[in-house]
Write a protein that binds this ligand. Structure first.
Ligand SMILES: Nc1ncnc2c1ncn2[C@@H]1O[C@H](COP(=O)(O)OP(=O)(O)O)[C@@H](O)[C@H]1O
Ligand SMILES: [Mg+2]
Length: 354
């Protein structure tokens, strides 16, 4: 039995298929070996890491130094719980780490990312919430749309009967306001039919968005880009993505006012979960601005319809954007503090219609 197993499955295979991140270090804390999950968690390839000092590679793991010293000294296992670790400039994660000494003066470090569990349940809640909101809005929007059509038609008939231009001005107002409401309601209803996805180049989409934004931006607002050219085409409806991203960029423009910087940034990330679905590869688009930030009282509600912080706002830009991105199997998240607001759009790079 054991022999047969040895022939077909190597230890490396087993290690690489573990979902837990495993790193083997020697007595000087130099990396001897790491599995695929560790590469993906720590965002480094084995090739880069091998032979390097653990704490030089990941200064954020410095909190483990003491426990590792103890483990080496008395040969006992240690566990560090809920360490907040800064992995690189952009990413802080919460990890549990088990340290186990093994013969030959080596240590086995097993990492488990616990905030992932927290994040997944939060995202599932967000997605379920979106669905409920969407249904409510659709129902309401239809109820408004029908009488609105009647109202507009009646105003038109009335207009044809009137001879005085002064009175026609009033029917004109009824008609144009009915049109404005119809546009609003159509926006709430979202795209008419199921969206048609085609292989789409993300950077072409972003360039269109940038182009439109530059035309609207005051001279003091700089729109920068920082693209990862290696991101492959993704299955998407280009126009819908443009709409979603434009809503985010317009919000940033409005928040900035006369001056500031908006950065459109793309990255790819391997093995990433959106909701409870694991994807091999996802695209991450960050729309970053250095404006005043979202008022704290609004932060938890901005994805709800009709929530706005602006006097002339409608509060439907973000729910529409979230809807469009959800239809691509993706998700929009947001983090904001004065001087740095980031809207992150996650999009799966493979079709998720299964
Ligand atoms: N980049 C941003 N910086 C600051 N506040 C923002 C930003 N993006 C969105 N907001 C806040 O979220 C609110 C809701 O946005 P949205 O749904 O697009 O509706 P609207 O733009 O019509 O107000 C905005 O009114 C604003 O208060
Ligand atoms: Mg808006």
């Amino acid at each position: 039995m054991t022999e047969a197993l040895n022939e077909t499955v190597s230890v490396t295979d087993i290690l690489d298929h573990l979902t837990r991140a495993v790193v083997l270090v020697d007595g000087d804390c130099r990396v001897e070996r790491m599995n695929a999950s560790a590469e993906s968690l720590l965002q480094v390839s084995s090739r880069q890491a091998l032979g390097e000092a653990l704490f030089k590679l990941f200064p954020g793991l410095g909190v483990l130094e003491e426990a590792i010293a103890h483990a080496l000294l008395d040969g006992a296992s240690y566990t560090e719980r809920e360490m907040r670790v800064l992995l690189n400039a952009e990413r802080t994660v919460t990890l549990d780490c088990a340290i186990t000494p093994i013969p030959g003066n080596y240590l086995l470090l097993e990492f488990e990312q616990i905030d992932r569990h927290l994040r997944i349940s939060r995202e599932n809640r967000l997605i379920a919430q979106n669905q409920a909101i969407r249904e409510l809005i659709r129902g309401l929007a239809h109820e408004i749309k029908n009488p609105l059509g009647g109202l507009r038609g009646a105003a038109q008939l009335l207009e044809a009967e009137l001879s005085s231009p002064e009175l026609k001005e009033y029917t004109g107002i009824i008609i144009s306001e009915a049109d404005r409401l119809r546009t609003l309601v159509n926006g709430l209803l979202g795209p008419e039919s199921r969206i048609e996805k085609q292989p789409t180049n993300l950077h072409e989409v972003l360039e269109r968005v940038r182009h439109l934004a530059v035309a609207e931006a005051p001279v003091g607002v700089d729109i920068k880009r920082d693209y990862d050219p290696s991101i492959p085409d993704l299955p998407a409806a280009g126009d819908q993505l443009i709409q979603a991203l434009l809503n985010l960029v317009r919000n940033a423009l409005q928040a900035l006012g006369d001056e500031g910087t908006i950065t459109l940034q793309t990255r790819s990330q391997r093995r990433f979960t959106i909701g409870d679905k694991q994807h091999r590869l996802v695209a991450r688009i960050d729309i970053i601005d250095n404006g005043p930030g979202i008022p704290p009282a609004l932060q938890d509600q901005i994805f709800y319809p009709m929530v706005t912080g602006r006097a002339e706002g409608t509060g439907i830009g973000l729910p529409i954007a979230q809807n469009l991105v959800n239809q691509h199997g993706g998700l929009i998240e947001c983090s904001s503090e004065p001087g740095r607001t980031v809207f992150t759009v996650w999009l799966p790079l493979e079709d998720s219609n299964d």
